[in-house]
Design a protein around this ligand. Structure first.
Ligand code: ZN
Length: 157
């Protein structure tokens, strides 16, 4: 059975916003900066990640097999390209990864969250997530509904 998370990605430095969106969808996505092309390719092979790149020289390099050349300028168009060309299924676990560092988000008790988050958040939210790596606390704030709508729009075919 194919799981949504079976596809993993590595995005080059021109695609930071795309990488964030793939994490929002729940995909394990590494974003690399200031690393030589050969090293990016090596990592994509070793970790079985599909390389997402806008670099026309990169895709001509030897040894590179699993890649998608991103042709669009705008992030949501880029995301649509990935979804369509790789036939990604609609994720059943969006918002499950930290957008900052790609770590899976763990559940966090309201009690713990309310020690840190602003009072109005504590008063209006019941469900919280936490990134162990960068200590970021997540909740379904004002961006959430908008992002959910964007995600749904990606999968209307
Ligand atoms: Zn994090």
């Amino acid at each position: 059975m194919i799981s949504v998370n079976i596809m993993k990605f590595i995005a080059d430095e021109m695609l930071g916003r795309l990488a964030k969106w793939l994490r929002i969808l729940g995909y394990d996505t590494v974003f690399v900066k200031n690393i030589r092309d050969a090293e990016i390719i090596r990592r994509s092979i070793i970790e079985r990640r599909i390389l997402l790149t806008r670099d026309t020289l990169m895709i001509k390099r030897k040894g590179l097999k699993n890649f998608l050349f991103i042709s669009h300028d705008h992030t949501i168009d880029q995301l649509k390209q990935v979804v369509n060309e790789l036939r990604l299924p609609q994720p059943d676990n969006p918002f499950s990864r930290c957008v900052v560092c790609n770590t899976p988000i763990t559940t966090y008790s309201k009690e713990d969250a309310c020690r840190t988050v602003p009072e109005y958040v504590c008063n209006t939210q019941d469900v919280f997530g936490y990134c162990q790596e960068c200590k970021k606390i997540y909740w379904k704030g004002t961006h959430y509904a908008k992002m959910l709508k964007t995600i749904e729009g990606l999968f209307i075919r």
